[in-house]
Design a protein around this ligand. Structure first.
Ligand code: ISJ
Ligand code: GLN
Length: 798
């Protein structure tokens, strides 16, 4: 087959890159361009060049999307215009139409255009699997070679085509659902035009749980091959001159900035990876073996206390429960730089060292903030000096630690640690504005550059001390290492008289919580009902609805660090989580107890991994792993998870050539809940991509939005009255030197707000929520939200 050029029209960021990945796997390696349906509107793509633009492509795929084909501008963007231009070019210039394949919304649009009606299904079907009932025509058409298969297909639709056989018979049904709806009707799942090269499917062949997607596309392209080649010849021979004028304009358009802005292919930011002013620094490492008998769960907080009093403020990323294996501590020095940014400010703030030397940077939006942060990481580690004063070049060290049989090594060696709010992702990545009136109650970006760190291997009971050498820091660093070593030896050596030294008296400060405002049941149920209306109208497939609890605390100025630390230890005991964390800055504190990894990466191997959790069952004394598995193994829970898996595959496919699902819906046990967890892995980064680009590009986390992401986030803003989620639903973690990163989703966590007014009172927030689908039950969802809320709120009853 020839090398085809395919245009994929994306409607509102809707699983499009899963279609791209599927098409790229086809035997004829098509060249693919993705454009958003909005970028096909006349304001972006002038009518004068549209025919030449369309002539450029052999095939056009009208992708899935939220909304209805009847809302032309709001939901379809420039698709009706493309359709009309194809018809006109055919009628007036005789240009044969390109191959057009409609998927879901595209299917509905094409059949609506043929006169069939589009109606609401009695019950939406989102993330649910059906088996296809192929027609005889289908068996010798796009389903050639699949006649004897029970083809499973994933459906994401609220609307359906009420196929009318009485209409002019230009549409040939190729597949129906095997099951019937409440009105005993089969639903049309695939069709083609009798004479034109138009095919369409109501289901999602690109979903991870749909079967034979590539066979079906291969079949369509093979049936349409002679048409495509004939059209190409017609365009080159007969119309070359006719289109020549507009071809120049098209070239100008293709190379223009505004165009590339609208092309989803180009939405990656690369400036962040540009090494602007490469500086060389070295990394110093020392390892300490702990005794076999040491209780690691106690060791970590005890060590933090000792370090805090001997070497100063710190940040803890704590694996307090399986499957976490590493705990990391960032230790602040005179030179440690903390960066904060609050949307929509036009400046960001840097605070350095204990003396809190403050600097501000003028920024024009959040992209500038990321660029400034990227510059702080703009140095190269040229060698690593290990215990025995051995020096290894960084590449040799990475080769060594990446070797299959090498014992485990940490991935955090220093770098940026902190959190990024939900709204930061919404504004930066989805281009959705936030209510300017609502002030940030917590910084939207809060990251600290740590150059002295500890990495604790909980399994092998090893501590790694790391310092990143900077000008003149060497002596101080050596002293810091010695202090850490001596504190560790005091802790692990119970005979030492110093071990008697007890810091607990300093950190037993009791909290004084004065009031709690929790979500209101009626209000929450009303939000679920409204969410289900959005699902029924086809505007979303899943919406992660959330609410916030506010707790007031009376504080004695100057003691918050100690009392927050004591509080963290209390929370950690009640609800140990693999992604626990403790951040304390002069403005606010985050105490995280998240079970959910968002994203980890290894730039050296060009791999990254996301682990969305979706599907929750309470872990109480009546529930066993068997009963929880049975309850999680239902179409409802699996659909919830599947939709997010497909969403994340779409997010990740914009950065990686290969995206695979290495675990689909495994059941994991946590202290208070059982969860359904999937693992999606991306390998072979696209050009200029590094882990931090993947992080930025995949925010906010799909498990906290629902699908498709962009429209769902807009709807959630309305449902949640434009109240900011803040750090809840955002991410916390690190961007490490040596090319690693690991970030969790901020859930089951509490954070204190920026304190502007009263020095004696401050407010804590805990967010909680859950994914709402068409199958959700209001009462069950309300209960599930309370279980999640309780996992953090229980600690406030001290
Ligand atoms: C929204 C929360 O959790 C999210 C929703 C889940 C669900 O709906 O099952 C599970 C994990 C998280 O992705 C929360 O904990 O507040
Ligand atoms: N996946 C889709 O394209 C959905 C189409 C339409 N919004 C529906 O819900 O039916």
């Amino acid at each position: 087959m020839a090398r085809y050029d395919i245009l994929i029209i994306d409607s509102y960021d809707s699983f499009t890159f899963n279609l791209v990945a599927l098409l790229q796997s086809l035997s004829f390696y098509p060249r693919i361009t993705v454009i958003s349906s909005e970028a096909l509107l006349p304001s972006c793509l002038p009518q004068s060049i549209l025919p030449a633009f369309l002539a450029y492509f052999d095939a056009i795929i009208i992708g899935p999307g939220p909304g209805t084909p009847e809302h032309q501008d709001a939901d379809m963007g420039g698709i009706p215009r493309v359709w009309a231009t194809i018809e006109q070019s055919h009628a007036s210039l005789g240009i044969p139409p390109p191959l057009v394949i409609g998927v879901c919304l595209g299917f509905q649009w094409m059949l609506l255009s043929s006169g069939h009606r589009v109606l609401r299904l009695p019950k939406p079907r989102h993330g649910l699997i059906s088996i296809l009932d192929l027609t005889d025509a289908g068996k010798s058409d796009m389903y050639t070679g699949l006649a004897d298969k029970d083809i499973e297909c994933v459906r994401y639709h609220s609307l359906y085509v009420a196929f009318n056989p009485q209409l002019a018979n230009d549409i040939i049904p190729l597949a129906w659902t095997r099951d019937r709806d409440e009105n005993n009707n089969k639903i049309l799942m695939a069709a083609r035009h009798r004479v034109r090269p138009f095919w369409a499917v109501q289901y999602h062949p690109e979903s991870i749980c749909s079967q034979y997607g590539s066979e079906i596309f291969e079949n369509i392209f093979s049936i349409a091959e002679s048409h495509i080649l004939g059209r190409r010849q017609f365009i080159t021979e007969k119309l070359h001159d006719g289109l020549a004028d507009s071809s120049h304009a098209l070239q100008a358009y293709l190379s223009s900035q505004s165009h590339s802005h609208h092309m989803l292919n180009d939405r990656r930011s690369t400036s962040i990876t540009d090494k602007m002013q490469e500086k060389k620094r070295s990394l110093h490492q020392r390892t300490i073996q702990l005794p076999d008998t040491l209780d690691m769960l106690d060791f970590v907080p005890n060590l933090c206390q000792r370090l805090f009093t001997s070497v100063g403020p710190l940040t803890l990323l704590d694996s307090a429960a399986a499957p976490g294996k590493w705990t990391y501590i960032g230790s602040a020095s005179e030179h440690t730089r903390n960066f904060t940014y609050c949307l929509p400010d036009d400046f960001m703030t840097e605070i350095t060292g204990k003396n809190k030397c403050t600097k501000t940077f003028k920024v024009n939006g959040i992209k500038d903030v990321w660029d400034i942060l990227a510059q702080t990481m703009d140095f190269e580690i040229d060698y690593i000096a290990t215990d025995d004063s051995n020096r290894k070049s960084t590449s040799d060290y990475i080769k060594h630690i990446s070797a299959k049989d090498s014992p485990s090594y940490p991935s955090f060696y220093g770098g940026l640690v902190g959190y990024v709010s939900y709204e930061a992702g919404v504004v930066d990545n989805l281009g959705i504005g936030i209510d300017k009136e609502s002030k940030a109650s917590v910084p939207d970006i809060n990251l600290t550059l740590y150059e002295r760190t500890l990495a604790i291997d909980l399994e092998h009971k090893l501590v790694f001390l790391h310092t990143i050498e900077s000008e003149n820091s060497f002596d101080d660093d050596a002293e810091w290492m010695l202090k850490c070593e001596s504190q560790i030896s005091l802790l692990v050596n119970p005979l030492s008289e110093q071990a008697e030294f007890n810091h607990d008296h300093r950190v037993k400060a009791k909290k004084n919580f004065t009031s709690i405002t929790q979500p209101d049941g009626e209000h929450y149920r009303a939000k679920i009902e409204q969410a289900q209306e959005y699902l029924a109208s086809g505007d979303s497939y899943e919406l992660c609805v959330t609410d916030q609890t506010s707790i007031k605390e009376t504080v004695s100025p100057g003691t918050t660090m100690l009392s927050d630390w004591a509080f963290y230890k209390h929370m950690r005991r009640l609800n140990p989580a693999p992604y626990s964390c403790f951040y304390h800055t002069s403005t606010n504190t985050l105490i995280g107890m998240s079970p959910e990894r968002f994203l980890s990466w290894d730039d050296n191997r060009q791999t990254c991994e996301l682990r969305p959790i979706k599907g929750t069952v309470k872990n109480d004394r009546h529930t066993t792993i068997e009963s929880a598995t049975a309850r999680l193994n239902t179409p409802k829970e699996r659909a919830e998870n599947l939709m997010i898996v497909d969403l994340i595959r779409h997010d990740l496919a914009q950065f990686c050539q290969s995206v695979t699902v290495t675990k689909l819906m495994g059941v994991e046990v946590y202290k208070t809940v059982y969860q359904l967890v999937s693992v999606i892995r991306g390998t072979q980064y696209l050009d200029n991509v590094s882990g931090i680009d993947v992080l930025r590009g995949c925010l906010p986390p799909g498990s906290m939005t629902g699908a498709p992401k962009r429209r769902s986030v807009e709807l959630l803003q309305q449902l949640e009255s434009h109240r900011r989620r803040g750090v809840y639903s955002g991410v916390s973690g690190y961007w490490s030197v040596l090319g690693y990163g690991d970030w969790s989703v901020v859930i089951r966590s509490a954070y204190s707000l920026l304190n502007n007014t009263d020095d004696n009172e401050r407010e804590w927030r805990i967010g909680a929520g859950g994914a709402i689908t068409a199958l959700s039950d209001c009462d069950e969802e309300w209960d599930e939200m309370k279980v999640k809320l309780q996992s953090a709120l229980q600690s406030f009853c001290i």
